[in-house]
Design a protein around this ligand. Structure first.
Ligand SMILES: NC(=O)c1ccc[n+]([C@@H]2O[C@H](COP(=O)([O-])OP(=O)(O)OC[C@H]3O[C@@H](n4cnc5c(N)ncnc54)[C@H](O)[C@@H]3O)[C@@H](O)[C@H]2O)c1
Length: 442
């Protein structure tokens, strides 16, 4: 089949490569001309393991264009454009509406628009309104993406489930037909009303955010009582009803999906007048956790362990005069994505607390510079550590498991390594004369 796809971003490129591997021909279009020019000449706009090689392997099964009109022979036009925080709250459908409106003018009744972007619960109504009651209008179905950055190609090929949503009765057959594009992939499928499907997507990410927030609170509790949060997570995870994933302590959830969708669920409930104290708590949990991390760091550096509220600290900032080397900027390892990265949130809170921050990341420095132009970024952990009082590890990069701790110890002014991800080889760091502390671990 020939598939047309709007949006050469993380989801769009992974989806396009995934379909090309299943034997389809995919034409990918984007409004971003430099991005398309780059892709045509083999330059990647983002880092995802295996993606560059997979695009090269796809050969002429995959092509890139800035022409937003679908070729005549396509049966399905996918929309994988971004749904950022907009003026009306999280998950703005502004770009989806532009993309779908364009497709509605050029597609026939025997063709289908497949919205892969994440929709708010009002999204299906918006799409129905855009389509109006033209009898020969194309079908509109939804097909939310559940991939994780860093393992996105594998997640496309081995998804937990493939979900299809129909807007109206007339779209039901198109939803079933769209699933046939995935022939060759062994996965459970679910077909339902697009409103329900939109909630499946938001509820899944909201629940993952809840698990992370819960794990982080447990880690702080474990630290207060000398328990080991990792063993607690292992023990909980042995219960199949709970599962082990998303229970590791860390700097908070991040990325383009979890924070945005946790906030979206809470604000949707608020707007509908539905009391949702659990959803509301998840939406604010990261901020509380990150403030607690900064307060703990201040305590470990022997300064006042007061909450990081400059106004409440009587004018004396808890980390004034301190210099912190922040290891990791990507919201997680194996991606260069810094959207809603907890590391960037921590950098901002450390700055608010009076510290000077020098960050480093093996992949995400360039993207971080674009969103945080004032943040000092060094090229290696040793360079970031120069003259610092402490090293704070915020991203679980494999590289951070084998840091040259002797070199860091020589570069540091202080001696503290505070590991938020459990990746530091504590014995090696301690042999180099450093003091190590790991979140949630005694
Ligand atoms: N990144 C993830 O891990 C992930 C996972 C699951 C779902 N999602 C959802 O998938 C959607 C896309 O996310 P992403 O991370 O790929 O976004 P992205 O920002 O990486 O890419 C979006 C692309 O769409 C392009 N675009 C915008 N308007 C366009 C238009 N009218 N026509 C053609 N191209 C247009 C942009 O130029 C950009 O290249 C979002 O709704 C997101 O919530 C993302």
């Amino acid at each position: 089949m020939h598939i047309f796809l709007l949006g050469a971003g993380h989801v769009g490129l992974v989806t396009a490569v995934g379909f090309a591997r299943l034997g389809h021909t995919v034409t990918v279009a984007d409004i971003d001309e430099p991005r398309i020019a780059g892709l045509r000449s083999g330059r990647m706009p983002l880092y995802e393991p295996g993606l560059e090689a997979a695009i090269a392997e796809a050969g002429d099964k995959l092509s890139f264009t800035t022409d937003l009109r679908p070729p005549d022979d396509v049966r399905h036009a996918f929309v994988a454009v971004n749904t950022p925080q907009g003026p009306d709250g999280p998950l703005s459908t502004e770009h989806v509406e532009v993309a779908v409106s364009g497709l509605l003018t050029s597609l026939r009744g025997d063709q289908a628009i497949v919205v892969r972007s994440t929709l708010p619960l009002s999204g299906p109504d918006t799409l129905e309104r855009l389509r109006g009651d033209r009898p020969d209008a194309p079908a509109i179905v939804t097909n939310p993406e559940f991939m994780r950055e860093g393992s996105a190609l594998r997640d496309f090929a081995q998804p937990g489930r493939i979900v299809a949503g129909w807007l109206a009765e007339r779209d039901k057959a198109a939803a079933e037909a769209m699933l046939e594009l995935y022939a060759g992939i062994d996965a459970q499928t679910l077909v339902a009303n697009a409103r329900t499907v939109a909630l499946v997507k938001l509820a899944s990410n909201g629940f993952l955010a809840l698990k992370v927030a819960y794990a982080n609170e447990l880690a702080r509790l474990a630290d207060a009582f000398g328990a080991d949060a990792q063993i607690v997570a292992d023990g909980m995870g042995m219960d199949q009803r709970i599962g082990r994933s998303f229970l590791d302590a860390g700097p908070g959830f991040g990325g383009s999906c979890l924070p945005e969708q946790a906030v979206a669920l809470s604000s949707l409930a608020g707007a509908a007048g539905v009391p949702a104290p659990v959803l509301d708590a998840v939406a604010v949990a990261n901020d509380a956790h990150q403030r607690a991390i900064v307060a703990r760091l201040a305590g470990l550096l022997d300064t006042d362990a007061v909450p990081v509220e400059p106004a409440a600290s009587g004018g004396r900032l808890p980390l004034a005069g301190r210099r912190i080397a922040l290891l990791g900027l990507a919201f997680k390892a194996n991606t260069d994505d810094v959207r809603e990265s907890p590391a960037l949130a921590l950098a901002a809170l450390l700055g608010e607390a009076g510290a000077t921050v020098v960050a480093t990341d093996p992949r995400a420095s360039e993207r971080a510079r674009r969103v945080a132009p004032d943040l000092a970024i060094a090229s290696t952990p040793e360079a970031a550590a120069a003259g610092a009082d402490a090293i704070l590890v915020a991203t679980e990069w494999a590289e951070y498991r084998s840091i040259d701790w002797a070199a860091c110890a020589r570069a540091l002014r202080g001696d503290l390594v505070f590991d938020l991800r459990g990746v530091v080889d504590r014995a090696a760091a301690e042999r180099a004369g450093l003091r190590t502390v790991a979140l949630g671990r005694p």
